[in-house]
Design a protein around this ligand. Structure first.
Ligand SMILES: NC(=O)c1ccc[n+]([C@@H]2O[C@H](COP(=O)([O-])OP(=O)(O)OC[C@H]3O[C@@H](n4cnc5c(N)ncnc54)[C@H](O)[C@@H]3O)[C@@H](O)[C@H]2O)c1
Length: 314
């Protein structure tokens, strides 16, 4: 019989701050890049017409996890979350199941955290101002993590004005137009990816884009011309080339493996940063090693008695 600890949504967010998430996820990218952490590609299970399920496994630091997570873009119209998720954490030594963790909170933290990590690694030193396009659940966490890392002021934009206004108020930033948000030093796009929100006319050399919304086949947030004008980075080539912002350009044959630098290579010094006088684009598709990074923090806090978690015997 296995005894599982249950860590719910609020317990996750109370235990791990945006600063800690940034530190842990940075470490996760490094451990993955040097081969200590292992992650097969995520598996998609389509659920037409509304969305899809993804199974996301990873192993590292004595733990093995799988996140069972969804994307149902139409849910928000019914007052439901776009993303649901549950993470099973097991011992990588014995296979014993250890914990069941709310995947929504972990996803929110690790998705937010990657934006400042990529920005620190890729954007020019002086880049400070932030544009957020898409102020839903994950846009809000991207803004929180960018602010926690010291970026700002910011201009935020959402198709729903009230969402932009309340997110801007959280940091003393400003709600503005799409073009104003797209004109900032660092632009984070986190919309459903059903229409372009950044065009080539918005971009200039030295500007950095974190494109986070296109995390599955058929989604994109930049026009093809905008993407073609950028120097490209991604979280992981296999995922990004099949279900990310760069997927369309790979399919058109204008982007190949050698044109895209993985974030972990920059963080470990395997690749060095070059700019080529172009805007830069980081394609985030969301990796299981990012989830594992947050889970390692949670399991350490659980072991230290810092999280009050119920147990359930299976
Ligand atoms: N890269 C990752 O790791 C990662 C992680 C989680 C979610 N996602 C993806 O991010 C996207 C957003 O997820 P969410 O959970 O925040 O959804 P959400 O519904 O909570 O937020 C999306 C927001 O985008 C706004 N929006 C839609 N079209 C817009 C447009 N043209 N211009 C401006 N704003 C627009 C909506 O009004 C909404 O507020 C989804 O595609 C999701 O699959 C990516």
């Amino acid at each position: 019989m296995a005894s599982l600890r249950l860590i719910d949504h609020d317990a996750v967010l109370a235990a791990v701050s945006p600063e800690q998430a940034i530190e842990r996820v940075t470490e996760g990218f490094k451990r993955f890049a040097c081969g200590d952490w292992v992650m097969p590609s995520k598996v998609y299970l389509d659920a037409p017409p509304g969305g899809d399920f993804r199974a996301m496994p990873a192993r590292g630091d004595g733990l093995a996890i799988v996140k069972w997570v969804t994307s149902f873009p139409g849910n928000s119209a019914h007052g439901m979350p776009v993303v649901y998720g549950t993470i099973i954490v097991s011992s990588a030594e014995s296979g014993e199941p250890l914990a069941l963790i709310d995947g929504r909170a972990v996803t929110a933290l690790r998705t937010g955290a990657v934006a400042p990590i990529a920005t620190r690694a890729i954007a020019p030193e002086g880049a400070r101002s932030v544009g957020i396009i898409g102020c839903g659940l994950h846009g809000a966490w991207v803004a929180r993590c960018m602010a926690a890392a010291g970026y700002g002021d910011g201009v935020v934009f959402d198709a729903t004005e009230s969402l932009a206004a309340s997110l801007a108020a959280e940091f003393g930033w400003r709600a503005g137009t799409r073009a104003e948000a797209a004109g900032q030093d660092v632009v984070c796009t986190i919309t459903p990816g059903s229409e372009p929100v950044v065009t080539a006319a918005d971009l200039r050399p030295g500007q950095h884009i974190n494109a986070l919304g296109a995390d599955g086949p058929g989604k994109s947030e930049l026009t093809p011309e905008a993407l073609d004008s950028c120097l490209l980075f991604c979280d992981e080539w296999e995922q990004a080339s099949h279900g990310g912002e760069i997927t369309g350009a790979v399919a058109r044959g204008v982007v190949a493996r050698g044109d895209v630098t993985e974030l972990g290579w920059l963080l470990t010094g395997v690749s060095s940063m070059r700019r080529d006088d172009k805007p830069t684009l980081f394609d985030s598709t969301g990796l299981a090693i990012q989830d594992l990074a947050i889970c390692t923090a949670l399991m350490a806090k659980l072991a230290a008695g810092e999280i009050d978690a119920r147990s359930v015997d299976l």
